[in-house]
Design a protein around this ligand. Structure first.
Ligand SMILES: *[C@@H]1O[C@H](CO)[C@@H](O)[C@H](O)[C@H]1NC(C)=O
Ligand SMILES: *[C@@H]1O[C@H](CO)[C@@H](O)[C@H](O)[C@H]1NC(C)=O
Ligand SMILES: *[C@@H]1O[C@H](CO)[C@@H](O)[C@H](O)[C@H]1NC(C)=O
Ligand SMILES: *[C@@H]1O[C@H](CO)[C@@H](O)[C@H](O)[C@H]1NC(C)=O
Length: 247
């Protein structure tokens, strides 16, 4: 199954202004939580000095990807998923180069679900992550804050009033407040879509890209059912994106 998934090294998203949009995350290309700047790989000062890194169309690009680090959360408490990074060959040990080796489960960190992740038809048809439409994955994106006292149910979705025509949405939830992506052990009480929330999105919006601030778009109690609602759309599976930074 691992082959059906791919960690996205870089997901670039422009945040569009809209009724429920929040201010874009600072001006850093690598926004992070307070006190955790180092974990994005680039020292905060260097990232700030570098300023804007790229543009996509007329929009602004923010890299919200988590760096691979040894304490990335595993999905389930106790699961061993990596990443394990080791220096396989080291100049310090006499080789002419340093060569690192990375070993990890693909379904961790900032990732997108492959169309075949929970749809055997898609899997059998070879619809892997490399078949996803890059134009869909990149572009103006609405950032919304979900009500903090609920999972993303149909009722919660309705209350967000996401305008028709919006195709990409990042849902910022209680997960961000709880800093779950910084909690090594994994926590199954994360907020995600319920089955009826997923169905409401499919029936009532034009959203084709769903992003959420943890390792699964689906709340644990709806882990399979909510995914299936998204993945059953013919050739238009809705990828999930782990973690969206605060600040
Ligand atoms: C260098 O070699 C020593 C002895 O074989 C080993 O213990 C150490 O882990 C190696 N270090 C690296 C960075 O390869
Ligand atoms: C190679 O790896 C060693 C050991 O981690 C490190 O001290 C050294 O700076 C690295 N060299 C280069 C050129 O990156
Ligand atoms: C969301 O659902 C999970 C179970 O899937 C539960 O543990 C959690 O408390 C719920 N969160 C909220 C805010 O209702
Ligand atoms: C979905 O993609 C598969 C594989 O490319 C193709 O055989 C099938 O006809 C497509 N279905 C629809 C509804 O577009």
């Amino acid at each position: 199954m691992a082959a059906s998934r791919l960690a996205l090294l870089l997901l670039v998203l422009a945040v569009a202004a809209a009724r429920h949009a929040l201010p874009a995350a600072g001006s850093d290309a690598h926004p992070g939580y307070d006190g955790a700047e180092d974990t994005c790989g680039v020292p905060a000062a260097a990232a700030a000095a570098a300023g804007r890194m790229e543009e996509y169309g007329s929009g602004r690009i923010l890299d919200i990807t988590h760096a691979y680090r040894a304490d990335l959360p595993a999905f389930a408490p106790g699961a061993v998923t990596g990443p394990v990074v080791r220096l396989r060959d080291s100049m310090a040990n006499g080789t002419l180069y340093n060569l690192s080796e990375l070993k990890m489960e693909c379904h961790m960190g900032t990732h997108v679900d492959a169309p075949g992740h929970m749809n055997q038809g898609h899997f059998a048809a070879g619809l892997d992550v490399d078949k996803l439409d890059l134009d869909l994955l990149n572009g103006p994106t609405l950032l919304v804050d979900t009500p903090r006292n609920t999972n993303i149910t149909a009722k919660a979705m309705e209350s967000l009033n996401i305008p028709k025509g919006v195709r990409r949405v990042l849902f910022r939830t209680l997960n961000t407040d709880r800093k779950l992506m910084w909690k090594k052990g994994g926590d199954l009480s994360y907020v995600g879509f319920t089955e009826d929330g997923a169905q409401w999105l499919v029936d009532n919006t034009d959203i084709k890209l769903v992003g959420i601030d943890y390792l699964s778009v689906a709340a644990y109690d709806h882990l399979i059912t909510a995914h299936v609602v998204f993945f059953k759309i013919p050739n238009k599976s809705l990828p999930s994106i782990a973690e969206l930074s605060t600040d």
